[in-house]
Design a protein around this ligand. Structure first.
Ligand code: BTN
Length: 252
């Protein structure tokens, strides 16, 4: 079990709600927008963990971190996008600090080790008319080794598959929140660090966008974490929302 007393002690500016098993912590928070900003819902397991683009996120009980953070941001689309990048980087730094391994970031927000995904982030923005009402940042990290169903066996892995270090999950969550606060206060540093960890730079990738697949070469990110791609015609484009794959099919 995740020790919430440790979290309350190490991260006093956050509120924590610790649940056993629910469908999805993102869905739970959507129904609880009355909660204070910086409330975090953590579940020991999820029965319908959600990933990006309608995929699911396998969330076996006691094996990972499945949590969602409630933010009530200013109505600035750039801030919303920046938050997603900052979340991925904070998770990466926390994993590096606690477990001594350095994942790379598959844009925008998958953490990869040896081409296998160990963590994913699903940010959902809720609007009231054109005003943003809340943002829910959902973070899923595979921590302990678990039995992987056949459909994810070749693409997903856990931190402990790559690191001999064993630590309570509460320590990883606390480190993540420390980095998250640090990078929110210093977004330029976050951009620089994110660029260093971006995967597949100068490599050809497949881009899945609005139902179309194209190819391009990753050149970096701009100052709001948009992906800079050199397209098939040699022109530079910046992508706000797309799925990247190094294989000619889409995998999570
Ligand atoms: C992805 O891989 O595309 C994103 C995965 C996000 C998973 C987390 S687990 C906690 C939160 N609740 C969910 O249902 N999804 C996110």
């Amino acid at each position: 079990m995740i020790d919430v007393r440790v979290l309350k002690k190490l991260c006093p500016t956050y509120s924590f709600l610790h649940l056993d098993t629910i469908d999805s912590t993102n869905e739970y928070l959507k129904s609880r927008l009355d909660l204070f900003e910086k409330t975090i819902v953590i579940a020991e397991g999820q029965t319908q963990g959600k990933g990006r683009n309608g995929r699911s996120f396998y969330s076996p009980k006691g094996c990972g971190i499945y949590m969602s953070l409630l933010i009530k941001p200013q109505n600035d689309p750039n801030t919303i996008f920046d938050l997603t990048g900052i979340t991925a980087l904070s998770a990466l730094k926390a994993i590096q600090t606690v477990y001594g391994i350095t994942p790379s970031i598959k844009w925008l927000n998958d953490l990869m080790v040896q081409d296998q995904k160990i963590a994913g982030i699903l940010c959902e923005s809720l609007f009231f008319g054109s005003q943003i009402k809340a943002m829910i940042i959902g973070i899923g990290i595979n921590v302990h080794t678990f039995e992987r169903p056949a459909e994810i066996a070749s693409v997903a892995a856990s931190i402990e598959d790559f690191s001999p270090i064993k630590k309570p999950r509460s320590i990883l969550i606390a480190k993540f929140l420390n980095f998250f606060d640090e990078f929110l206060a210093a977004p330029d540093k976050a951009l620089g660090d994110y660029r260093k960890q971006l995967a597949y730079v100068n490599q050809k990738v497949y881009i899945h966008q609005a139902g179309q697949i194209s190819t391009g070469i990753i050149r970096g990110i701009d100052d709001h974490f948009h992906l800079l791609i050199e397209n098939e015609h040699g022109q530079q484009e910046s992508l706000v929302s797309a799925e990247i794959s190094i294989r000619p099919w889409i995998q999570s």
